[in-house]
Design a binder for this molecule. Structure first.
Ligand SMILES: Cc1cc2nc3c(=O)[nH]c(=O)nc-3n(C[C@H](O)[C@H](O)[C@H](O)COP(=O)(O)OP(=O)(O)OC[C@H]3O[C@@H](n4cnc5c(N)ncnc54)[C@H](O)[C@@H]3O)c2cc1C
Length: 404
């Protein structure tokens, strides 16, 4: 059986559902294919869930940081029920470089933030368990976002605008170069989808999906661990103000705190090692900021894979650079567009860039409206949780918060 559509989107993480929503809102016929039994089965459901202000990247990638800040504000408008306005703090401990602290503070100002400089007493007031070694800090508008709610509400919006969402639909092959110019997407045990364009939003698996169409997409996924511990009442997202390294962020999550993370190259996104040292190092480094974490009960650990694009990574050094995104059209597979990299925080902006590209190819002139129209259930946590359950979108990142 063959199903006809204008665009097939492969991948039901934040990026894929964002693309489906954007295109559907512009009147394009879309079918989204996700191999998991539910949406949010990949990296999106396995992040820290920080709604970045951009402060983490302000000195290394001001453009990426400005994107974060803009999208941070937009998501608070269109999806308030997906966001907790926790605020964020950057803290410098006694051994950390004070020149780096000043550089970051200046860079945050230049990006458009209004960071408040805080003395140790003021930091202790906001974060009672902070280490004695804290020397100074500043506040930024970080928040916490629920990927399950965000992905599900975005998918619901796409569906409301006419998109069809197919979970349990693993793409196994893509035929290109037919006389009609249309592509044929083959789903394991399912129908073939015939489409004018195919968007590859398969995150860390995007290289494999591109190869199915005979195209090359160099990916360099890296894994990072997150450790959720029993730690009620943290308050703000706590960031260590130093050159990026293992274990420099603690995220408030209801009664818990989520600690992160590491960065280790991975060959195969389906079968990668998960090592104890990553958990231990993350715990001990984060305990330098909050000593009580060393004895906190570990509730769960999970790993996520950064969908990093190799050409960008080769041009970068280390982890200080923002995880920016790339939209790639493939000469070897006309009609296939891949989107890789980025962040959960900037998923809407990534989707807009992809939809602009695809609409250009299809001759669709409708503008993007995703930043203006609120998501379904935008301010209603009960409704958002219901959508998350309906789409099977609850993942390890917020299984403690989204009610089953
Ligand atoms: C450790 C870590 C922490 C992070 N923390 C944050 C954070 O705090 N804040 C933030 O903004 N960003 C964060 N990020 C980044 C962010 O999570 C990712 O950039 C983003 O979620 C990627 O979304 P995606 O939709 O592109 O990929 P994914 O969410 O991985 O989606 C890809 C989907 O494609 C599906 N798929 C794969 N192959 C096929 C196939 N053949 N057929 C059909 N479907 C297929 C997969 O099942 C998956 O659901 C973090 C990333 C990591 C690794």
């Amino acid at each position: 059986m063959t199903v006809e559509t204008e665009v097939a989107v492969i991948g039901g993480g934040a990026t894929g559902v964002g693309v489906a929503r954007d295109l559907a809102m512009r009147g394009v016929d879309v079918a989204l294919l996700e191999r998991g039994t539910g949406l949010n089965a990949g990296t999106s459901g396995r992040s820290h869930g920080v709604l970045h202000s951009g402060a983490r990247y302000a000195e290394s990638d001001p453009d990426g940081a400005a994107d974060c800040l803009r999208e941070n504000r937009t998501l608070r408008e269109i999806a308030p029920g997906c966001v907790v306005d926790s605020g964020g703090l950057f803290v410098r401990l006694a051994d950390d470089d004070s020149a780096y602290f000043e550089r970051k503070l200046d860079a945050c100002r230049e990006v458009g933030m209004d960071p408040t400089r805080l003395a140790p007493d003021e930091i202790r007031e906001r974060v009672p368990g902070i280490a004695e070694a804290v020397e100074e800090g500043f506040g930024v508008p970080d928040g916490v976002v629920s990927p399950a709610r965000l992905v599900a509400a975005t998918a619901a919006s796409a569906r409301d605008h006419g998109a069809s969402i197919h979970t349990g639909s693993a793409v196994v092959d893509i035929d290109v170069g037919s006389d009609s110019g249309r592509l044929a997407v083959h789903v394991d045990g399912g129908p073939t989808i015939a489409a004018d364009s195919v968007v590859n939003a398969a995150g860390p698996w995007a290289g494999e999906v591109a190869a199915m169409a005979g195209a090359q997409l160099g990916m360099r996924p890296t894994r990072g661990v997150m450790v959720a511990v029993d730690y009620p009442g943290l308050g703000p997202v706590l960031n260590r103000c130093r050159e990026p390294a293992d274990g420099d962020i603690v995220v408030p999550h209801g009664e818990q705190a989520v600690l992160g993370t590491t960065s280790v190259a991975v060959d195969d996104p389906d079968t990668f090692e998960r090592e104890d040292w990553e958990v231990e190092r993350t715990l001990s480094e984060c305990a330098a900021m909050l000593p009580a974490l060393a004895d906190a009960m570990v509730e769960r650990t999970y790993w996520g894979l950064r969908p990093l694009y190799e050409p960008d990574e080769l041009a970068r050094e280390g982890r200080g650079i923002s995880r920016d995104f790339a939209v790639v059209a493939h000469d070897a597979a006309p009609g296939l567009v891949s989107v890789v990299g980025g962040k959960l925080t900037t998923y809407r902006r990534m989707a807009e860039a992809v939809a602009d590209r695809v609409c250009g190819d299809l001759g669709v002139e409708e503008p993007c409206r995703t930043a203006e129209e609120p998501l379904p259930g935008a301010g209603d946590p009960e409704r958002l949780d219901q959508l998350a359950r309906e789409f099977g979108a609850v993942g390890p990142a917020d299984s403690d918060v989204v009610r089953e």
